[in-house]
Design a protein around this ligand. Structure first.
Ligand code: KG4
Ligand code: ZN
Length: 348
């Protein structure tokens, strides 16, 4: 018998994503992004994102079906991001998913976007091990998670206490005059820079901070330090190298992320680290994580960059795992949750 065919819908921020998977095989990953409409505001404008989702939703579903060579009637279950995210944006996805599930008479799973960022790795690198440390680094979140193969079992070990990692990239890019979203631009600019040019602070790594915040992150002090350093250089009449600032800032972020992730693997005796979320597309993070995991005997798993940023395949992948594990679907009356704890993998 064929494995179940799952359609996943993602609309938590500015990407309208529709993915289709059969079992853990990716058949389609259609994404329409409204990012260009937000660029001049330097950040995502919720109302603009919601309107863009309305326009893109149906064409993106049609594109995913044609890419996968399936018809909506073939779908066995629908998964949708139930939270966390922008509530207006989420509503477009959840309303569409509810309408599809009831008209096709198939089960619906309202899932956690954050868990999707980790589970998506199964589409490329096979089933997750029994236990893994998950590091989720995106525009809205930075968390270290203990993830069990039982898809509903995710525990938070730590998270950012202020800015998310991607948010820090976006804010520093803005200070440097780079376009939005800034992460990819800093990544690119840093390739021509010296990551040791400027010693920026590593947040929450001093021994006194580790007592209460061993696996937490803080990037707002780093952001202030970069802004202050640039202002000082301007005041002194010095020209600055954007590439050196980008490379040194990026190093400060990825140094802390990888150090804490490897420390968590060691403390919990876990041999696998999975990194997900938009910042996992960062080339320096991928290299440094690989070096540190190799040195510590840890197996590193990171999805390809396209599956790191928001997409529908990650939602379909998580939905598919829940279906295969026999988890009960979400009753159709569920609310969308702009705030959703990472331990809630699926809404019941
Ligand atoms: O996961 P994602 O697509 O959306 C959220 O759920 O937030 O992450 C978007 C974030 C943005 O802050 C963006 O600047 C960052 O991921 N990002 C990167 C890179 N590509 C995307 N940050 C650093 N380096 C990259 N190559
Ligand atoms: Zn995301």
């Amino acid at each position: 018998m064929n494995e179940p065919l799952i359609l996943g819908i993602e609309t938590s921020c500015d990407e309208t994503g529709v993915g289709i998977v059969r079992g853990s095989t990716l058949l389609a990953d259609a994404v329409a992004s409204s990012v260009a409409e937000h660029a001049r505001f330097g950040g995502v404008v919720p109302e603009v994102a919601s309107r863009a989702h309305v326009e893109a939703m149906i064409p993106t579903i049609q594109l995913a079906c044609s890419d996968a060579g399936v018809s909506l009637r073939d779908i066995d279950a629908i998964a949708v991001t139930g939270g966390p995210g922008l509530v207006g944006a989420l509503l477009i996805g959840t309303a569409t998913a509810k309408a599809l599930a009831s008209s096709l008479d198939v089960p619906l799973y309202a899932v956690n976007h954050l868990a999707g960022h980790v589970v998506v790795d199964e589409l490329e690198h096979g089933p997750l091990p029994e236990t893994a440390i998950g590091m989720l680094v995106s525009g809205g979140h930075s968390s270290l998670l203990l993830v069990r193969d039982d898809a509903e079992n995710v525990t938070s070990l730590g998270a950012t206490i202020d800015d998310a990692a991607g948010e820090a990239f976006d804010k520093i890019a803005r200070i440097l005059g780079l376009p939005f979203p800034g992460g990819p631009w800093i990544d690119k600019s840093a390739q021509d820079g010296d990551r040791e040019a400027i010693a920026f602070p590593r947040g929450l790594t001093a021994s006194k901070d580790l007592i209460d915040h061993q696996y937490d992150f803080s990037f707002s002090g780093l952001k202030t330090a970069v802004a202050r350093w640039i202002a000082q250089q301007h005041k002194a009449g010095n020209s600055i190298s954007v590439s050196d600032v980008a490379a040194s800032f990026q190093e400060a972020v990825v140094d802390v992320l990888t150090k804490k992730a490897v420390a968590a693997c060691k403390e919990y005796g876990v041999e696998h680290l999975v990194i997900g979320g938009g910042v996992a597309a960062n080339s320096r993070l991928r290299v440094l994580a690989q070096e540190r995991c190799d040195a510590a005997g840890i197996v590193l798993r990171v999805p390809s960059p396209k599956l790191c940023t928001d997409n529908g395949a990650m939602v379909a992948a998580l939905g598919s795992k829940l279906v295969r594990q026999g988890v009960a679907p979400t009753p159709l009356g569920f609310p969308t949750l702009s705030v959703m704890p990472v331990s809630t993998v699926v809404m019941h």
